[in-house]
Design a protein around this ligand. Structure first.
Ligand code: SF4
Ligand code: SF4
Length: 123
């Protein structure tokens, strides 16, 4: 499973550079148009921090096992479902075969402002 580093500090799943979600969905930003560059990708699982209610609303997608592991010095990474088949790391079954991915978008207010910066166009 790829490591996930995240810079989106406005997301309820964000925990000091790690992602506490159980699974993240990486999608194309524009419907019907597959990305040709990283800015055209997004983390659809982004859930904007807006008080306690926003945390409660995102609790159905938490990586409890990963969090317990992280507390004892282990690793915590969500599984990734990615539909971006124009990426070099994409494999059938919507799998990502990169060793690690980085999600960017510090201060994002909407998932459109997030990107998978590991995207690399297929040659
Ligand atoms: S933006 Fe995506 S990768 Fe980052 S913490 Fe939120 S759900 Fe996880
Ligand atoms: S590196 Fe490519 S395949 Fe992996 S999540 Fe990002 S866009 Fe999808």
């Amino acid at each position: 499973m790829p490591e996930v580093k995240c810079h989106v500090d406005t997301c309820t799943h964000w925990l000091s550079g790690m992602c506490g979600a159980g699974n993240i969905d990486i999608l194309n930003e524009s419907r019907g148009q597959m990305p040709q560059e990283e800015e055209q990708t997004e983390c659809k699982t982004f859930h904007r921090k807006e008080g306690l209610g926003s945390y409660v609303a995102s609790m159905d997608n938490l990586n409890w096992g990963g969090m317990a592991s992280a507390l004892t010095g282990g690793e915590m990474h969500p599984s990734i479902t990615c539909v971006v088949d124009t990426c070099h790391y994409w494999h059938s079954g919507d799998e990502c075969h990169a060793d690690a991915i980085e999600v960017t978008g510090s201060g994002a207010e909407h998932c459109r402002e997030t990107n998978c910066s590991t995207y690399r166009q297929k040659s």
